[in-house]
Design a protein around this ligand. Structure first.
Ligand code: C5P
Length: 219
């Protein structure tokens, strides 16, 4: 096999935002477009991998050869991702998963009242952390979108979540979310590499190649 070759490998990718309902018509979400995760899925399928893409709500078309599972909430994404991660070779968590959900969303539309309502939030499961902790689990890659101290926060996350690799990018005013070009600082326990700046589509290919190299080096 050539270095980085992922032909025939089972790859599970999470992508996009999650939506956490407040009531029957309202939700909490974030600015993730899903473009980075979809680009990685496209690159993985083009490289001959068997790709399952667990996608939050996005406007993007499914890349050729990719099996897509649409989800809305973090809890739904967790169930689908864990189910498929169990027999995968690689898990790439590109989704911007909401850290919290509304404790008790109303099943009707909440009416405007005299006083502003308080929202009680409860933590969502950390999907990539649970996958990284699986016995005989897949090679696990996370993302860290940060507005400051990108490298330090990414290293902390690599260790805290026990990941094999993390791709960090700066977000905020004109960077990261909602834009086409990006730079990634990719970190693993024994090394580091900068990818970009380039389009998210080309970054998807470059990152997948690097993941493939590290995957084979780790096995
Ligand atoms: O802790 P933080 O949300 O910044 O970590 C980001 C990384 O963790 C991303 O890879 C994201 O997909 C993943 N994540 C997850 N489940 C969560 C929160 C984050 O898989 N509930």
């Amino acid at each position: 096999t050539v270095p980085g070759d992922l032909a025939g490998r089972a790859v599970v990718i999470t992508a996009g935002p999650t939506r956490e309902p407040i009531d029957a018509v309202r939700f909490i979400a974030n600015r993730s477009s899903g473009r980075m995760g979809f680009a990685i899925a496209a690159a993985a399928a083009a490289a001959g991998a068997r790709v399952i893409l667990v996608a939050g709500p996005t406007a993007l078309a499914t890349p050729p050869g990719v099996t897509r599972i649409d989800v809305e909430t973090a809890v739904e994404m967790h169930a689908a991702a864990l189910h498929h991660a169990a027999d995968s070779d690689l898990f790439i968590a590109a989704a911007a998963v909401a850290d919290y959900r509304v404790a008790a969303p109303a099943d009707h539309k909440v009416r405007k009242a005299d006083a502003p309502p308080a929202l009680e939030l409860v933590p969502n499961p950390d999907i990539v952390r649970e996958v990284a902790a699986m016995a005989d689990g897949p090679f696990t890659v996370g993302f860290a979108a940060e507005t400051h101290d990108v490298i330090d926060h990414a290293r902390d996350k690599l260790t805290a979540k026990d990941l094999d690799m993390i791709a960090a990018n700066q977000v905020g005013a004109g960077l990261g979310f909602e834009v086409g070009e990006n730079t990634l600082e990719v970190i693993w326990p024994t090394g580091r590499k900068t990818l970009g700046p380039m389009t998210k589509e080309r970054l998807g290919e470059a990152l997948l190649a690097l993941i493939g190299e590290r995957f084979h080096a780790a096995r």
